[in-house]
Design a protein around this ligand. Structure first.
Ligand SMILES: *[C@@H]1O[C@H](CO)[C@@H](O)[C@H](O)[C@H]1NC(C)=O
Ligand SMILES: *[C@@H]1O[C@H](CO)[C@@H](O)[C@H](O)[C@H]1NC(C)=O
Ligand SMILES: *[C@@H]1O[C@H](CO)[C@@H](O)[C@H](O)[C@H]1NC(C)=O
Ligand SMILES: *[C@@H]1O[C@H](CO)[C@@H](O)[C@H](O)[C@H]1NC(C)=O
Length: 457
């Protein structure tokens, strides 16, 4: 059942227009929506749809003539219902219209119920072989009932609150938009090549070397390799409770990586890496130290570890990356590399759970410079940097992810209207990092290691 709550913080501190890098951070909307099921039991509906499909398939196989029409009818209705609910979910503009749409859905559910009881009758009139089907039909019926109850009790109420929330957010957004739109330079960032234009199809993808049960991990290639390690690839999986890893696996070449042969495992003696935000840079592995609000650096040659507090950073799932339905565990601190060196993406209470980006001194892990953004960290799947520009993605569907946001640390320009979509191998994205040396994007996606090439304008 849906647990619903929201907080709205509207901060309108005076912005110092003379400091372009920080000015945009002064006004922000902050909204924390907790909907464990969403406003409508969408998953149940999809489940229902698939049960009814399989039921229909089985009936077809068994050559029952009569119920097929009913089943086809139900399928059609369910399809329409899914479509309608998707529309319903998107139309938050007016309360009246939403209530009318809701009424249509209610009528459709009632019709479905009628069809289902007909079907049940038909099925039970048939012989003993149908008992299994009978149970399935009963299951469908009871699920529809459940959904109907859910509707009456929850959806309208929750939806109304959504509308109110939406209004508050809109007025908050309007306040933000009232500031003059900042000038967008044609070439954002610190590099000579221009704006990020596109992400390729997945260039290479394979299951990670440890197997399907490891949904969290990171991998890549050191953009600043030590002599003799230029062709090395590395892989770290969170082998313990999807929370922390115990070793780094390195391969001396890409072909070895692909053939899963000749690896070398380096084990952490202290400070295991927590979360899937770690990266290799300059022959050291940088990561969030286990159970601490600190960053760690593991020297790949000496295996010595140093650590330093990341000031005010949330950790242990305080500010993870999320999709609408769930969060990626322990993704509070996300290390990143680009043409300018080493960065960390995280969040603080000071910045209301919005993304903070800091450039790091790779030697002592101190912060060289920080920027507060207005992007709520829990509203993005993951983020990376190219040429000093932060790019963040959001989940569109199980196959498509979209880069929708950028923050240019060189100009302070922030935009959330980018529309750079790319295809995923699997729905989840636990890790993303850009390698400025080969200009590839390295991704860990539900136990698969994937890379993409990037196109710039
Ligand atoms: C009916 O639903 C129950 C609980 O959801 C499930 O365990 C059972 O397998 C279902 N039966 C059929 C025939 O689908
Ligand atoms: C690792 O340690 C060695 C020996 O102290 C040092 O020369 C090297 O610079 C260190 N590397 C990093 C990345 O700290
Ligand atoms: C990074 O830290 C080291 C050691 O504290 C210091 O010597 C160096 O100047 C710092 N680099 C920058 C760019 O601040
Ligand atoms: C970020 O916001 C916090 C809280 O308002 C402030 O203390 C901090 O100085 C800001 N940082 C930057 C780099 O603007």
């Amino acid at each position: 059942m849906g647990i619903f709550g929201f907080f709205l913080f509207l901060s309108l501190a005076a912005a110092d227009r003379n400091v372009p890098g920080e000015a945009r951070a002064a006004k922000r909307c902050y909204c924390d929506l907790q909907l464990s099921d969403g406003p409508f039991p969408h998953q149940q509906l999809e489940q229902l749809y698939s049960i009814s499909e399989s039921c229909s398939h089985r009936l077809n196989v068994q050559q029952f003539s009569e119920p097929i029409e009913i089943i086809a009818n139900i399928e059609q209705k369910l399809k329409e219902l899914v479509k309608r609910i998707n529309e319903f979910k998107e139309e938050y503009d007016g309360e009246l219209y939403s209530i009318i749409s809701f009424r249509i859905i209610e009528i459709e559910i009632a019709e479905l119920n009628e069809l289902l009881s007909q079907l049940q009758q038909k099925c039970s009139q048939n012989n003993d072989e149908t008992t299994d089907l009978d149970i399935q039909v009963q299951n469908i019926t009871s699920k529809v009932d459940e959904m109907e109850k859910y509707d009456r009790l929850k959806v309208v109420k929750v939806h109304r609150r959504n509308v109110i929330l939406q209004r508050s957010l809109t007025s908050c957004q309007n306040a933000l938009l009232a500031t003059p739109t900042p000038y967008v330079s044609p070439q954002p960032g610190s590099c000579s090549f221009g704006r990020l234009k596109a992400v390729s199809y997945p260039k290479s993808s394979m299951l990670n070397h440890y197997g399907t049960s490891y949904n969290y991990g990171s991998w890549g290639k050191d953009p600043l390799p030590a002599p003799g390690k230029e062709d090395q690839y590395w892989l770290v999986i969170l082998s313990n409770s999807n929370r922390y890893g115990t070793k780094i696996r390195v391969f001396n070449s890409y072909s070895k990586f692909l053939s899963k042969s000749g690896h070398n495992d380096v084990t952490f003696q202290t400070h295991n890496p927590q979360g899937s935000g770690g990266i290799m840079y300059g022959d050291a592995y940088y990561y969030n130290c286990f159970n601490l609000g600190k960053l760690c650096r593991f020297n790949m040659t000496t295996h010595a570890v140093i650590s330093a507090t990341l000031p005010f950073a949330g950790y242990n799932d305080k500010f993870p990356y999320c999709t609408l339905s769930s969060c990626y565990g322990y993704t509070d601190m996300d290390l990143a590399t680009d043409e300018n060196g080493l960065w960390v993406l995280y969040s603080t209470e000071f910045n209301f759970g919005n993304l903070v980006v800091s450039q790091l001194n790779a030697t002592d892990l101190s912060l060289l410079k920080s920027w507060n953004t207005t992007l709520f960290k829990r509203s993005v799947t993951n983020a990376f940097l190219v040429c000093g520009v932060v790019y963040a993605t959001r989940y569109i569907n199980s196959e498509i992810e979209e880069i929708f946001y950028m923050f240019d640390t060189t100009s302070g320009v922030e935009r959330n209207d980018l529309n750079i979509q790319f295809r995923k191998v699997l729905p989840g994205i636990q890790y993303m990092n850009y390698n400025p040396q080969d200009r590839k994007l390295y991704v860990y996606s539900d136990a698969f290691v994937v890379s993409y090439s990037l196109t710039f304008e």
